[in-house]
Write a protein that binds this ligand. Sequence first.
Ligand SMILES: Nc1ncnc2c1ncn2[C@@H]1O[C@H](COP(=O)(O)OP(=O)(O)OP(=O)(O)O)[C@@H](O)[C@H]1O
Length: 629
Amino acid sequence: MSFFSRPSSSAVKIVAPSAEDSPKAPPSPKPSPKRDSTQRQCRNILIYGSCKFQDKGCIYYHPPREESPPAAPESPVPRPALPAEAVNAPIFVPKATVNADSSSGSVQATIPSQMSIPSSISSAQTDYETAYSEFSEEHDPYDPHVHGAHMSEAHSDGLVLNPYSTGTDAAQMVGFDGLSAMDALYTSHFTSVRQPLNYHLYTLPRPDSLANRYFISDTIREELQMRSETIHIAPAPGLNLPEELQGYHTITPLELIGGERRKFWNWYSTVYRAISSTDGVAYVLRRIENFRLMQQAAFSGIEAWSRLRHPNVVSIREGFTTRAFGDSSLVVVYDYHPNAQTLYDAHIKPKVPQFQNGRLQAQAPRLAERTVWSYVVQIASAIKAVHDAGLAVRIIDATKILVTENNRVRIGSCGIVDVLTYESRTDIAILQQEDLVMFGKLVFALCNNNLAAMNNFPKAVENLGRHYSPDLKAVALFLVSKPGPNKTIGHLSEMIGSRLVMEMDEMQNAVDRLESELMSELENGRLVRLLCKFGFINERPEFAREPRWSETGDRYIIKLFRDYVFHQVDDHGNPVVNLSHVLTCLNKLDAGSGERIMLVSRDEQSCLVVSYKEVKACIDSAFGELSRR
Ligand SMILES: Nc1ncnc2c1ncn2[C@@H]1O[C@H](COP(=O)(O)OP(=O)(O)OP(=O)(O)O)[C@@H](O)[C@H]1O
């Protein structure tokens, strides 16, 4: 039952077509008058198992009916859409062994621990081929349950595996959903076995001189790629979670289910990631177990919170109660920030001891003062926005504040306490004062590396004073002091004014850095568009016999230019594979430089001296001609 939810979109979900709707096989190709080989077996037989034109003049060889290759259950059933040219393509034999349980419809895929396919051959290709081969052999491509079961066999430990979280054994990661956000929008259980991407393999070797100009930096690329992949990690099997919940599907726990649990207020809570069927985006569902809602009005707080947007607060989308988990649960939906850690996990949680200088040492690095100030400024800014909106945060705790890259923090789990404690109706001014005390306790916990630092207050103050500046100590003491008329978040902002300015400078610098990264991607997009034009123009099969197209005029120059860019050989006749040369040529071409180059014909009998500007004009005219056809 939804008590507060944003109006849902009118987007129509695309459903898998039923057998009757499935696309008809493309019309069989007309018998080609050009070849008269009656000895050659008709490709329609190979592809479709029969030829419609067998008795209507098809000139190719048709084996007698009993000889025609039947659709043997164990051999791959070619899909009707397979192009005829693909018939002679080498057959891909996946390394994965696929065990199909025909009775249950479930399919188990096991990947040998040592894949012999070199990963540099592009895991994307392997993904496709493995997936295609498996699907064509065993599955109805439109049966979502088959894929769900197939995927679900891949996990065994009951928790979604994050390939990037520290401490996760990468070998555990058997497979994860390889779909885009758009796929996720429409398919709730479509998953495929996928090897994790090793994105380093896609960029090397790279010319150092061009690195900063043409490619996004490794750190940002890796971070974004990790986030994107984390969103698509599939849920573990056997968790008995609802398939669909108030318009959310692919419900995946973000924390261990079972084991020791801490209570959220007086209730147990679990955090899940789920995909919204409305917009295909991943969200976080925080579920409070066994919660009985006494009054619908308790949701008014969620509505107020859903209007609050602040860069340091995890935004709320909606709240509802449900019995889908087998109990009466309260669920509040938040924005999902992939690979976010709690402040506790990032800084306070004891780390596994590691060898340093030959000795095993416990890792408990003290948080840098600069980082603490950054957190203080961000959290103060969030609290100010919340208090200005007439609300109180109610939970400012290291286990409920999320941190992502570049020390960006966001207060999570807002609004939920308002629903849980709706009956008690405490004065908002008192709750706002409590926020400040909780904030002070958080500062002590971070500076002491101890969640329970306040249990020994004198020691906590002494520790903080020993390792951090008097300014920081003053702020922490102010926050935990007794309530008073001057003790407001506004007053705190005045106290930390100079740090606010520093934080603002840092943010402006960060924006500048991101903008310049974006500029480099801009260049890449430009070059890819240019390469696409080349792809459209060069070697079009329908013009293969039309010399006017490829061997004369504009297109001939383009053809020779492509040889100049990509097909140069060295003195020994070996291919020159020089990315710098390609990028330089393409950039000059795109800019229409007046610089002249010499293009040599393939038989080396003629040569042309042209400028990049002229080649550019040729490409534009050839592409324009194609687009107009
Ligand atoms: N909005 C969110 N976006 C991304 N991850 C989140 C979000 N909210 C919570 N998480 C992740 O979900 C996991 C569980 O969250 P939770 O708040 O239960 O933390 P916890 O450390 O398990 O605390 P507790 O032990 O009190 O339950 C954490 O790893 C946290 O990083």
